[in-house]
Structure formats: C-alpha cells, structure tokens
Design a protein around this ligand. Structure first.
Ligand code: PGA
Ligand code: ZN
Length: 404
C-alpha cells in the first residue's frame, strides 16, 4: 500500500505521428509507473472521447488543474479507488471532460507502479481469480490493411493471421511468417505495383476483397505446412465503416443485412476463417446473433465497435447471443477497472476475450500483460512496426519468465 506522491501528464506521439498523452505516477514508496494511451481511427460511435474539446493541450491543462491535485495522497495501489476518482473528476458519461486517454494513461501507470511496489510483473497485479498465467493467448496479427487504415486497399479493414499455438513463440513466428510470405506473393503477383504498408503495419495492395481473403488463406495454409503451427485466416471487417443507408457498400457489391450475413457465412466456410471481427455494423445485435448461430461453432465472432469494451453493451449482446467473443481495448472505455468489469462479465457467460491494440499505438508492451492477466483467448496487436513488435516481444518475455 502506498499513496501517490506526484503525477504528471505529457504530450507524446503515437505510431501515426499524432499527439497523444502519457502519464507518470510516483508512489510515496518511490515506485513509479509510466504509460501512454493509443488512439483509434475507426472508432466506435459508443466509445469514450479520447481527448476533451481542444485535444491534447486541453487534456494537459485539465490534468494539471483538476486531476493531478486530486490524485495527490490517494492510495495508488488501489486501482478501483483511482479509477472511481477519475470518473468522478470527469463527471461525464464518456470521459469528455478529462479525456479517455488521460484516464487510460493514469489508470495503467498506477497499475505499473503497483506492480513495481509488489515486485511482481504487471500481469499478476491484473490477474483474474481463474488465471495463473500458464495459458498464453493466440496472436491475431494484421497482415494486409484496408478500410480506414490503408488508402487504395480493399474495403475490409484487416486481413489477419490467427495463430493459436499454446507456445507464444510459435504463434508469433507463424504470424510474422504469414506477413512475410504475403509480401513475397504480392510482389510476385503485382510485379509493377509499389507495395505500401498501412497504419497497423500490414501490406497495402490494390486487391479486391475476396481475392485478398483467398490469398491470405493460401499463405496461411503454406505456413501451417512449413511451421506445423495452427495459423488460420481471420478478418476484421470494421463493417460500420462501409455501412451507409442500411447497406454494406463494397467496391464490388452492395448488400443488405441478410445478404451480408449470408456472404460472411460463406467466407467462413470457403476460406476456413477462425477469427471474424465486426462482420456487421455496430447497432446490429440481432443480425450478429443470426450469424453467430450459423458459424459460431467454427470461428470466433468478435464484437469491437458493437461493444466498445462497455459492460452495458456487452450485457445486451449476451442477452441476444450476438457473439461468442468480445474485443477488449482499454481506452475504448477509459480505465482498467471498467475494462476488467467487461472481462469478468464475458467470462461469467462463457465469451472469449481478445485484448487489442489500436491503429495509432504507443511503442510500449503493457498490452501483453493485460492479455495474459485477463486470460484472453487472443492478443490482437499486429505483426510489424516497432509499436506492434513491442507487444509481441513482451509476450515472448512473459513466455520465457513463465517457464523458468
Ligand atoms: P482502430 O481500429 O484502432 O482504428 O479503432 C482497430 C480495430 O477496428 O480493431
Ligand atoms: Zn475492429
């Protein structure tokens, strides 16, 4: 137990070069924690606001004037108290006064300071009662980018290698291999085309949606053979981004809701998808349920924009059996305490959780601890780029620490 003796908030940059915030918390014992908060591009309509009106400068001012003085002397190792204080200082339903990214950075920095105080890894401080750290998450690695993360690519936002070895080093190696082979294949098939990389480090190429899935599935099959690791194709459609006036508008086709359910179900079977995130737009709890009923026995159906890590929205999804999994992003909901409530609700109803990065990330590894400590089925953190590799490398370290 140790009280907060000082705290600070500073402006740093995310992987897109946009400003975000990082918090530092120092306890009376001298233990300290520092954490930065990421930012999304395809943000869900029901997420908390990352920054107050006025952006990062306004967040810094509000922190200095309101948050830092209130944190002084608070028990820094008592996560629930710190997070409740952040909510009461904010007073809005969506962290629009102090900013969700301020809440995330302070909340995680406190947990890091707590871990240092106890001399334990962060994941243990976060660990849920059923978690002993022996089961490692699968890796959901984004290999080809589209949608809002890649100009000129497919409409589907993310083409994912979903690698689910119990050994993290095998899953990480398989996801990286899929990314590399996909790059080679794209060079071979599009020799005159300059290949780029999107916001999450995946390739960007002028491919149609279905040919891109087909190529990903082929490459995953080759890597399964080569590395003997279970790695399968997955998608984050981020479907709200191309849903307009009641229809899903792809470059090649326009589908109504039932058409979309049928199209996606066909993709699952034809290409052996094992990971399916946001296949429908963010208000379609019932259409999600129809799709999950059809394919939920053979793939994860994951709600991201649907739930925005929010306990109340997840409750609606559980009642309607909308999905069998929920994406967990700390800064969608603000604090670690809010996040853990959603994780616990999912666990109580048998839903899998997948801990996720954002498209604009900070080059830090704490997300891997959130995944391990919450018993996540998967860690979705991309494959390439220092800010993505920071999380993969941290998971590898945790894998080594666990075995020695
Ligand atoms: P975002 O996208 O971080 O840009 O919101 C990631 C995702 O949709 O999973
Ligand atoms: Zn998503």
């Amino acid at each position: 137990m140790s009280r907060i003796s000082s705290s600070g908030l500073a402006s740093v940059y995310d992987s897109r070069g946009r400003p975000t915030v990082e918090a530092t918390v120092v306890l009376e014992s001298g233990s300290r924690g520092r954490a930065g908060a990421p930012s999304g591009a395809s943000t869900g309509a029901h997420e908390v606001r990352a920054f107050p009106e006025g952006g990062v400068p306004a967040a810094l001012t509000t922190f200095r004037e309101t948050v830092a003085p209130a944190l002084l002397g608070v028990e820094g190792t008592d996560q629930a108290t710190v997070d409740a204080l952040l909510h009461s200082l904010d007073g809005s339903p969506d962290f629009s006064r102090i900013g969700g990214n301020t809440a995330t950075a302070v909340s995680v920095a406190c947990a890091i300071a707590h871990a240092e105080e106890k001399g334990e890894p962060l994941w243990k401080v976060l660990a849920r009662p059923t978690v002993d750290g022996s089961r490692f998450p699968a890796i959901a690695g984004n290999c080809l980018n589209g949608g809002r993360h890649a100009i000129g690519g497919p409409d589907i936002q993310e083409f994912i290698a979903y690698a689910e070895s119990p050994r993290p080093e095998e899953s990480v190696a398989a996801a990286i291999r899929v990314h590399a082979l996909l790059g080679e294949e794209l060079h071979r098939r599009l020799p005159k085309q300059a290949l780029g990389r999107g916001d999450e480090g995946g390739w960007v190429a002028p491919l149609g949606n279905v040919p891109a899935i087909e190529l990903l599935a082929e490459v995953c099959a080759r890597v399964r053979d080569e590395l003997k690791t279970p790695v399968h194709p997955g998608l984050d459609l981020a479907a709200s981004e191309f849903f307009r006036a009641g229809q899903y508008r792809y470059k090649e086709q326009t589908l109504d809701t039932e058409g979309q359910v049928a199209f996606v179900a066909r993709l699952v079977d034809r290409y052996g998808l094992k990971y399916l995130e946001d296949p429908l737009e963010q208000e379609s709890f019932d259409a999600f349920a129809r799709l999950t009923k059809e394919v939920g026995d053979r793939t994860l159906v994951v709600g991201d924009d649907l739930y925005v890590t929010n306990e109340e929205r997840l409750r609606r999804g559980i009642e309607r059996r909308s999905t069998n999994a929920v994406l967990i992003k700390v800064n969608q909901v603000g604090t670690l305490t809010d996040t853990l409530k959603t994780v616990d609700l999912a666990g109580a109803h048998g839903l899998a959780t997948v801990t996720s990065h954002r498209s604009g990330e900070v080059p830090e590894g704490w997300l891997a601890h959130v995944a391990l400590g919450t018993g996540a089925r998967g860690l979705k953190c991309g494959v390439l780029g220092g800010e993505r590799v920071a999380k993969l490398n941290e998971l590898l370290r945790l894998g080594r620490a666990d075995r020695t």
